[in-house]
Design a protein around this ligand. Structure first.
Ligand code: ATP
Length: 254
């Protein structure tokens, strides 16, 4: 690239952490973490239990402050900005379990979210799009969200993101505790979210699932990045990196 060439949108990451450290009181959870989510792409953030994945999600969403480093989102410095401000800029976080109002019906949950974001007039069209994307929610529109199955609750949360066209969705263990068939459905929904133009930061225990959807992968170990690259570049080595095992040696030639 020449000096005066203008970088394309691909060259500017949607989300960028540079040298981020974070702590819970005296306990340091992240050390000098740098990573990027490219516009329109999915980044899988994987690592063993306690590696710091959820802490990255909380830092990005403004729920845990940094002790060092910076976070940029959509061209702006959002380091330690309040969570509501970051959410307003188009960054949503979904975690297992905490995303719907259980005493309200499916339709009331969606209406609340759409009215807040789009105004009263935008609600009917947004509801129609949500039910088109997730027909099961349409069938259950009068049911209270608390009585939906775990997978249906995740879909309700995803329907809001899909219709409201967030720029970035941070997904923290969304498939936790779900049966394999339901995980398939949740991943189908995530694929729709990605296809609709929302970038993804995907934290997932089912590493294999995440890697099918993701373009890039970052492996965290004890609060530090031990791999940052493309999914293709780490083929077959993710489990070793996650578990901190040395790379397998070739077996004896028989
Ligand atoms: P898991 O896959 O088990 O959810 P994780 O990779 O998401 O793990 P984090 O939840 O980010 O890991 O936790 C990183 C470290 O910070 C862990 O050692 C954890 O015990 C610690 N930690 C997390 N939340 C708090 C908290 N509120 N107070 C103190 N320590 C915490």
């Amino acid at each position: 690239m020449t000096d005066d060439a203008v970088p394309g949108p691909e060259a500017v990451p949607l989300l960028e952490l540079r040298g981020v450290s974070a702590a819970y009181g005296p306990y340091e959870a992240l050390f000098d973490v740098s990573l990027q989510v490219r516009t329109g792409r999915a980044l899988a953030l994987v690592g063993a239990n306690g590696a710091g994945k959820s802490t990255v999600a909380r830092v990005v969403s403004g729920l845990v402050p940094t002790t060092q480093g910076s976070v940029r989102f959509d061209g702006r410095d959002i380091t330690d900005r309040p969570a509501y401000e970051i959410a307003r800029r188009g960054l949503s976080q979904l975690t297992e379990g905490r995303s719907v109002f259980s005493s309200l019906s499916v339709e009331e949950n969606l209406t609340l979210a759409f009215r807040r974001a789009l105004g009263r007039k935008g609600v009917p069209d947004a509801l129609a799009r949500a039910y088109e994307a997730f027909p099961r929610l349409g069938e259950r529109r009068s049911q209270s969200a608390g009585t939906l199955s775990g997978g249906e609750q995740r879909m309700l949360a995803l329907a809001r993101v899909l219709v409201l066209h967030q720029k970035l969705l941070v997904v923290d263990e969304l498939s936790f505790g779900l049966a394999p068939a339901v995980v398939d459905e949740v991943y189908g929904a995530l694929e729709q979210v990605l296809t609709s133009g929302t970038s993804l930061l995907l934290i997932e225990q089912h590493v294999d699932r995440a890697l099918v959807l993701a373009d890039d992968v970052v492996v965290l170990s004890k609060g530090q990045v031990v791999y940052d690259g493309t999914v293709a570049g780490v083929e077959g080595r993710v489990a070793d990196l996650v578990l901190g095992r040395p790379p397998a040696r070739p077996g004896p030639v028989v």
